[in-house]
Ligand binder design. Structure first.
Ligand SMILES: [Zn+2]
Length: 202
């Protein structure tokens, strides 16, 4: 039993906050949005809301609040996708639709909410599936930029195995020659803070 449980510790919202939440129905989604932006990678927001039963579709933060979290550099995504030649660095996925790459993301290795910069040394091109699994700590990177897969992740279907389990130990694709690969400092942050260790044997 945890120490707080042993003491029968209880928590509650400050009465003024409870009153404000009752009065203003827009406040709850705004608070949730602010907490998500401040603490979690964007690719995880929908999963977290679903887990706790919240629908945040219309929750926009007032601009003075959203400015605090900093604007994304619009050049980050095209820079990362081009560096990796529009391929997922983990599986090689490279789909296009009407002349536009589809299903590919520029993932931050160190989350922006934890000081991760919008630069190539902190970016990696991943398909939507591997981006989500990277942010959930299912897959990660080792110092030599080989792919790690969490031992806690379980998959039985052949597709899940080939898309995820078979990546263990494989080298992630590097960016074009002469461009910065993912910085080891950011890889180590992800390994410590996000990846669900231990890693499976390669
Ligand atoms: Zn992929």
């Amino acid at each position: 039993m945890g120490p707080l449980r042993a003491l029968h510790a209880r928590g509650r919202l400050h009465p003024e906050l409870t009153a404000a939440l009752t009065e203003d129905s827009a406040l709850l989604p705004q608070l949730v949005r602010a907490l998500l932006d401040a603490n979690f990678a964007p690719s995880l927001h929908a999963d977290i809301c679903q887990m706790v039963g919240l629908d945040l579709e219309d929750a926009e933060l007032p601009s003075h609040v959203s400015d605090e979290f900093g604007r994304r550099d619009p050049a980050f995504r095209p820079e990362v996708l081009e560096a990796y030649e529009f391929r997922c660095a983990f599986c090689g996925y490279d789909g296009w639709l009407d002349g536009v790459a589809v299903g590919l993301d520029a993932a931050h290795v160190r989350w922006r909410t934890f000081g991760g910069p919008d630069d190539l040394g902190n970016g990696i091109c991943l398909c939507a599936l591997h981006h989500r699994l990277f942010d959930r700590g299912v897959v990660g990177l080792a110092d030599d930029r080989s792919i790690t897969v969490s031992r806690k992740y379980i998959a039985r279907a052949a597709t899940s195995r080939s898309l995820v389990l078979d990546l263990a130990g494989r080298r992630a694709l590097e960016p074009q020659r002469g461009l910065a690969p993912v910085d080891r400092e950011h890889i180590r942050w992800h390994a410590r803070q996000v990846f669900r260790s231990p890693a499976r044997a390669a």
